[in-house]
Design a protein around this ligand. Structure first.
Ligand SMILES: [Zn+2]
Length: 337
């Protein structure tokens, strides 16, 4: 059993590279925004929302997830959700965050993109000056929509281009292969964005290969299905393409039946650049420390392996190299000091 304590992991400088802003909303904030915006949600208290987070099935999950989306109506709401999460992330010593946001779902609901992005950017700026936590934004396309919709959303984002760190791809994987979004990823590179895509979560190893070869991504979100193809695992390790693994999410969504059966340790020991992240921390009831600690216990990771995984979180980040080195130095001093 891993000897590294929860307290040690909690105190370590950490990075979360795979967290959906819309999946960070707390029951209190969801309830508060519903009241403020006069949005009708099927919950009459923060406690009712909290118990819905213990969802038993996909339907219960979707009910609370869509309620969480509908309460986000304007720039102030996006500012509040960003600040609210960064405050909690700072409290567990996360130093660096890359937020996915899903602009297409907000545009579809009639919320102007500028309000979404300006609210998030202002939250990131204020959190940095208040608490020193740095956050960047990933413009997350939804793969169940068309490439035309993706290109239209990217076009709308161009005035804000310099503040967006990367293009991402999320949403239901099955029957929505990465190959459908080649032009969107080309456009992102023209804009100077880095690139990442969800692949090999519920989808096959082939989707991981497509994301690398066709979308030419810098990073893979999840990627656990790569294990189905030994040559792919070797290639991921040789090319040092980071995998943003989310172990608690994988168990909640039944990608693995229990944490003890997760392949994070196998991928790490195969030489892959594994990072551990939260995905939707409010809905899965696990923050970054919980994800790292529970995985380390379930897979009996050594102290060095846990250090390596946290270190990889900074290696895989899209921020500048000087910031990465500074955060890694802080981690090294904390862990070994
Ligand atoms: Zn995700």
């Amino acid at each position: 059993m891993s000897e590294t304590t929860y307290t040690k992991i909690h105190g370590a400088p950490k990075a979360d590279l795979h967290v959906h802003l819309e999946g960070t909303i707390s029951p209190e904030l969801m309830y508060g925004l519903a009241q403020r915006n006069h949005v009708d949600i099927p919950f009459d208290s923060p406690q009712a929302i909290a118990s819905a987070y213990e969802f038993r099935d996909l339907n219960a999950f979707l009910q609370v997830y869509y309620a969480g989306l509908r309460v986000l109506e304007n720039q102030q709401d996006f500012y509040d959700i960003t600040m609210d999460y960064l405050k909690r992330a700072h409290a567990e010593n996360t130093h660096y965050i890359e937020f996915y946001t899903s602009p297409q779902s907000h545009i579809e609901r009639g919320v102007p993109l500028a309000q979404v992005l300006d609210g998030i950017f202002a939250g990131c700026d204020d959190a940095y000056s208040k608490w020193g936590i740095k956050a960047n934004v990933i413009f997350g396309l939804q793969r169940h929509r068309t490439e035309a919709s993706a290109l239209a959303a990217i076009a709308q984002a161009e005035p804000h281009s310099s503040r967006i760190i990367a293009l991402g791809l999320g949403g239901p994987e099955r029957d929505n292969p990465p190959s459908r979004f080649v032009r969107a990823f080309e456009r992102a590179r023209e804009l100077g964005w880095r690139t990442t895509a969800h692949a090999g979560e519920e989808g096959p190893a082939d989707y991981v290969s497509q994301a690398i070869e066709l979308l030419r991504v810098d990073r893979i979100d999840h990627g656990v299905a790569a294990q189905q193809n030994a040559r792919l695992v070797i290639a991921l390790a040789a090319r040092r393409i980071p995998l943003t693994v989310c172990p608690v999410s994988n168990v909640k969504l039944k990608v693995f039946d229990k944490l003890e059966h997760h392949n994070a340790r196998y991928l790490l020991e195969s030489g892959c650049v594994i990072t551990i992240n939260t995905d939707d921390p409010s809905y899965f009831l696990a923050n970054l420390t919980d994800n790292l600690y529970q995985t380390s216990r379930a897979l009996d990771l050594s102290d060095d392996q846990i250090f390596q995984i946290i270190w990889n979180g900074f290696d895989g980040a899209f921020c500048d190299d000087a910031s990465k080195r500074r955060m890694q130095q802080a981690l090294n001093e904390y862990w070994h000091g």
